[in-house]
Write a protein that binds this ligand. Sequence first.
Ligand code: PPS
Length: 499
Amino acid sequence: MPDEMLRDAPAYNPRPGELADLELLLTGAYAPLTGFLGRADLTALQRRGRLADGTPWPLPVTLEIPESLALGLVLEDPTQRSVVLTDQEGAPIAAIEVGDAWPTREGRYGVGGVVRQIGDGRHGPFQRLRRTPAEVRELLPPGRVLGVVADRPLHRPQLAQIAHAARTLAAHVLILIPVGDAGPGGLSPEVLVRTVFAARDRMPPATLVAVPLVRRGDEIRDALLRARVAAAYGVTHLLSTGDMLSGGGPRVLVPRELAYDNRDGQWRWRDDIPPRNRRLALRNDEIDDLLDRGFPLPEWHTPPAVAKELARARPPRRQRGIVVFLTGLSGSGKSTVARGIADHLRETGDRTVTLLDGDVVRRELSAGLGFSKEDRDLNIRRIGWVAAEVARHRGMALCCPIAPYAEARKTAREMATLAGAGFVLVHVATPLEVCEQRDRKGLYAKARAGLIKGMTGIDDPYETPRDAELTIDTSTLSVDEAVGTVLDYLTETGWVEPK
Ligand code: PPS
């Protein structure tokens, strides 16, 4: 359908993961797919791991739209079944001609159909690096192409594996950097791209491409999908680190484990090095731990330029942002403890602190919200968002709402993590009897008398946290002791400078 016929078509901004899939469909990286899958393909995929026409395909590639939008389409009429898909700002990227629509969950419909690019179809960061498979195949020299999906920074052992495989195969190297979501270690795509580029002069001649791949969380299927995408980019041999099955894609090479030989400073197969001369590659948690404590990554393991990027992205904990989230019943002592922590840190000057107190938040940020589940969830979302922004800029956010629902607390944790910050959940577990006895605001008495409804702990739930880093009880600890317990924890874990 020509673009002018789309003038009256409804527009919709898909979720980030769907937009990433859309881009891979448009660029041909998902060939032979030309659109989001419909029910026939999805059923065949679930039953046989194949599309309805028998083509093997690893995973569902799906799009959901709001029910109201779906019900407005007339699938029998080619002029009334298109939806314009836009980026977050509402700029059109593509149109889907919907061939199939079905209800999925509350208020949502799955839609399948061919997608077609509008304009240059580009969106998101790394435009320079986001080349289409056809563009990349054009750039590659003839012959074998060794593909590497660089979903983590490349340290010396990985670089030695790449160099070794490229030499053995006499292949050109194609590095695919997945930029669809934060990597397994929580590294943002921007940081990942910078660290991979920082290793570039340690690689054989290589072409680097950013690909909006998003992991679905199923390791084997994700690996199969990566192999297919790599093949579309012209990869003939794929270097693997995890489990990979071949399924008609490129040949998968599983490299041997290399170790550092301190006799000559080379990385070679670990079994070729006498145990006393060999140093094994650092595990990811060891690398994170060194960075968290502010130690430089050792040069035998990581090229200095890569180490520098990583240290910039993951500064020592005492310089990184953190959200300290105190949850507990009304009257449990959250605000008092939080105030004590804030006062201490302000006095010592160790940290800049933003205190997001329940009452203050309800006045400044959440005015008008009540105490229904929806309103409480929204309140916690807002607190979580502001706290994550404070922490993104390396401050400490101290939050002390009741936050009775586990799911909302989890969202706050995720927002902080996405901002590259720490998150410490403190459960102020003062028993209800004690809170009720204190009853500073007289709310418990009113709730018992039936004068107010939905009081947490009385006739509204409080879901006890199972993921708290710390639990304190102000009926057995004095305020000073409770404040001291939290500060000790923050100091021991490196978030606050020791005295
Ligand atoms: S929530 O659930 O996290 O959104 O609550 P929060 O923003 O922390 O607000 C709690 C304070 O509001 C007062 N208040 C109530 N609390 C619980 N349930 C009901 N129904 C209610 N109505 C008013 C109460 O004084 C809380 O203050 P704190 O400081 O926690 O005692």
